[in-house]
Design a protein around this ligand. Structure first.
Ligand SMILES: Nc1ncnc2c1ncn2[C@@H]1O[C@H](COP(=O)(O)OP(=O)(O)OP(=O)(O)O)[C@@H](O)[C@H]1O
Ligand SMILES: [Mg+2]
Length: 271
């Protein structure tokens, strides 16, 4: 475990993951102020961290500290006042084929069925339809929505909508995944199952993932790096390299080694 106050170098490859070169996501000295009717709100201040290709970085911090803001900046959906955000060596921009985001609240199109929502990225990006259909079928099975293809979002529970959003994110196989508390609204049972699927997907395909969560144990379980943020304006107070070997089991955060990281992150949050 290493402690760094500035953006760290690429951590050592964990548990047999391929050594990747370069940096997939760079957030460097970023500050963001929102203009509101009641004046300005400084959301994040001087935030820096980097995510090497194939690594998982989680952002943790209290509500309102700017986690969603940072994720949206990486997706090119929110501007910033100072600093730089680079994805795959280019400035962050919306609509990239190699980068997909799953927002904090499921944003499904209400007039489209579950199936048509999941297939949307295939249509928009002009990808192979037959391959897309195969992936959509497999992903709907994975997230437990087989049989619900013809339902509309308003006929689903909040958790089911979130699961459909996850299938829509994964269907076009972006290299860089951005996920904003994707499983927070789900019951414990489903969340654990999807955490397990995410772990397995990650260990097999080595996607780059930036993940926002309130759940410290979840962050330790899935991450190579945990970026700990302070209350608003969000600043990076700690960057923890979680060098637990992979493949990991879902209860890795409750092992003595895992608990060391959980406690470290908790004390950084309380500092
Ligand atoms: N579009 C916006 N306009 C004005 N202020 C905003 C906007 N989006 C976010 N903010 C403010 O910026 C701060 C950070 O918000 P953000 O949603 O990034 O926090 P968060 O860490 O994701 O919180 P949570 O854990 O509750 O989701 C908050 O004070 C919020 O009120
Ligand atoms: Mg948020």
């Amino acid at each position: 475990m290493t402690r760094t106050s500035a953006a760290p170098e690429a951590p050592a490859s964990a548990g047999g993951a391929p050594q990747a070169s370069g940096i997939a996501v760079v957030v460097e000295g970023v500050t963001k102020t929102y203009e509101t009717r009641d004046g300005t709100v400084e959301a994040v201040r001087d935030v820096s961290f980097r995510v090497p290709p194939g690594h998982v970085a989680s952002l943790v911090g209290p509500s309102g500290c700017g986690k969603s803001t940072v994720l949206k900046m990486i997706a090119g959906l929110v501007s910033y006042d100072r600093g730089a955000v680079e994805v795959g060596g280019a400035p962050a921009a919306a609509g990239r084929r190699d980068c997909g985001i799953m927002l904090q609240s499921a944003v499904l199109l209400p007039w489209r069925s579950v199936w048509d929502n999941v297939m949307l990225p295939i249509e928009v990006l002009g990808l192979d339809k037959e391959q897309g259909r195969e992936r959509a079928r497999a992903l709907l099975e994975l997230v437990g929505l087989s049989g619900f293809e013809n339902k509309h979002p308003w006929e689903l529970s909040g958790g089911m909508q979130q699961r459909a959003s996850l299938a829509r994110l994964l269907v076009f196989e972006p290299r860089i995944l951005l996920m904003d508390e994707p499983f927070a609204a789900l019951d414990e049972f489903t969340r654990e199952r999807l955490d397990g699927e995410l772990l397995r997907l990650q260990e097999r395909f080595h996607r780059t993932l930036v993940y926002v969560t309130h759940n410290i144990a979840e962050a330790v379980t899935i991450s190579d790096t945990v970026v700990v943020m302070t209350p608003r304006p969000g600043e990076v107070v700690d960057i923890v390299q979680v060098d637990l070997p992979r493949p990991r089991s879902l209860d890795v955060a409750t092992t003595p080694a895992g608990l060391t990281f959980v406690n470290r992150i908790r004390s950084s949050l309380d500092a």
